[in-house]
Design a protein around this ligand. Structure first.
Ligand code: PLP
Length: 457
């Protein structure tokens, strides 16, 4: 199925693209040799390229298109706000109506410990804000040396210097002299990687114990915070065992360490709760958000600041010398307000928790019977397949795919030809589809995945 050809000369755009546009996370030389895919339109859960090919977007753009493409009410809200007040800063004792309303709305939908919001333009800027905010929190209380933040290998927290340092992507640390001082990492709670011979629950406790070990190694009086994604997204949809997060919470509480949840992917309904930390039953002191807050229609991010931190910053802090021109951008906030209104009106969070999430689980996890699939896992509306060369009864005994290139090729070529977007991370193939998917669309998604996998056999 295709839409009317958009007035785009694909070749001309690809040539200009190769000549001038340096893409994020891309080998520009390799890209120039085959040309970018030019995406021109989106509607619901589908996108179309400049050749008229329709693709089911299993990745919600980049984990963000929670309410789906083509929402006229969001573009109307953006248009109206642009006409009323396209921009004004909130640095110098001024504010704007959508930013205030959005802050209040975020407080309303978040757990009770959150009563304040700091806005940024992206998730990376949100995590930069975390670094400065947690260190300031301890400084203000006279603990000047308490600056170390503990994160995890294979975490993704963004691409700024602080965001990429918090992240645990070795490929990023190899470039640009990262991580910055005062950020250290522990192992990830990836059962399929480290859990051989243990139950998931045993492994979850073991992985959480690495935090306590690191705290003791660094010195508890030096550790400011621990940060983690409830489910690691860009690392390959790594869903921790159920014992992991409660034990992390216990350890943070024991040593008085701030617990930071990076909710950039897991927030706004993706795990069937407003925030992923609610799914795991933990109570963070700070939460970073972006992506689903505006479903990507306009860039927006920020930090939900719990009372423990906000009270100190406000009472003792004076000026917080931190902020971005676009903190609380009125157009972005207007888009987010309408986006959240849609999520509430269409009960998308409940729908994912009670209906479409369980349905996706049932259908997606049935892919585990495919000869190439060693494991199929879901959590709300994120899911991952582990590809193997040779199956075995126990996932830990499967012969793994030996090259990331093969999986990348499956996603780039077979999936694309089959009409869907799925992402390759190592030997995993992952999805994070729009939350608006119906049962019929989930059936279509799973059928497309199976057909694409068959095509690689
Ligand atoms: N944190 C997480 C968990 C993410 O997945 C991302 C982006 O994918 C970020 C932070 C960075 O957000 P942004 O790309 O908006 O800077």
């Amino acid at each position: 199925q295709s839409v009317a050809q958009a007035p785009v000369n694909t070749r001309a755009i690809q040539d200009l693209d190769a000549a001038h546009y340096l893409h994020p996370f891309t080998d520009s030389k390799a890209l120039a040799s085959h040309g970018s895919r030019v995406i021109v339109k989106g509607e619901g859960i589908y996108i179309w390229d400049s050749e008229g090919k329709r693709l089911l977007d299993g990745m919600s753009g980049l984990w963000c298109m929670n309410v789906g493409y083509g929402r006229k009410s969001i573009s109307d809200a953006v248009y109206a706000q642009m006409q009323q007040l396209p921009f004004y800063n909130s640095f110098f004792q001024t504010t704007n109506v959508p930013a205030v309303q959005l802050a209040a709305k975020l407080v309303e939908i978040s757990p009770p410990q959150f009563n304040h919001v700091f806005f940024t333009g992206s998730g990376s800027e949100g995590n930069d804000t975390i670094v400065r905010m947690v260190r300031r929190y301890w400084d203000l209380q006279g603990y000047q040396g308490r600056h170390v933040i503990i994160s995890r290998h294979n975490a993704y927290h963004g691409s700024t210097m602080a965001g990429a340092s918090l992240g645990g992507m070795s490929g990023m640390h190899e470039q640009g002299g990262l991580p910055i001082p005062g950020i250290v990492h522990i192992g990830q709670p990836y059962y399929l990687e480290g859990g051989k011979g243990k139950t998931p629950e045993e492994f979850g406790l073991e992985a959480a114990s690495w935090l306590e070990q690191k705290i003791l190694e660094v010195g508890a009086d030096k550790v400011a915070a621990f940060i983690g994604e409830p489910v690691q997204g860009a690392g390959g949809v790594i869903i921790p065992p159920s014992t992991y997060w409660p034990e992390i919470q216990r350890i943070c509480d024991k040593y008085g360490i701030l617990l930071v949840a990076d909710e950039v992917i897991c927030g706004f309904g993706r795990l069937g709760h407003w925030f992923g930390s609610e799914y795991f039953g933990i109570k963070p002191d700070l939460m970073t958000f972006a992506k689903g807050v505006s479903s990507g229609y306009v860039p927006l991010g920020g930090v939900l600041v719990g009372d423990r931190v906000a009270d100190v910053l406000i009472e003792k802090g004076g000026d917080f010398n931190h902020g971005f021109t676009y903190s609380g951008h009125p157009v972005a906030c207007a888009a987010a307000l309408e986006n959240i209104r849609i999520i509430q009106e269409e009960k998308l969070v409940d729908q994912v928790r009670e209906d479409t999430g369980p349905y996706l689980k049932q259908k997606f996890e049935a892919l585990a019977d495919h000869p190439l699939v060693g494991a199929a896992e879901t959590c709300g509306f994120v899911a991952g397949l582990v590809l193997v060369q040779k199956k075995a009864a126990n996932i830990h005994d499967c012969v793994p795919f030996d090259s990331t290139l093969d999986v990348g090729m499956i996603c780039r070529d077979h999936m694309f030809n089959g009409g869907m977007i799925m992402r390759a991370v190592g030997n995993r193939m992952i999805i994070a589809p729009p939350l608006v998917m119906t049962h019929a669309e989930i059936d279509e998604l799973v059928t497309l995945i199976r057909v694409c996998l068959d095509a690689t056999l």
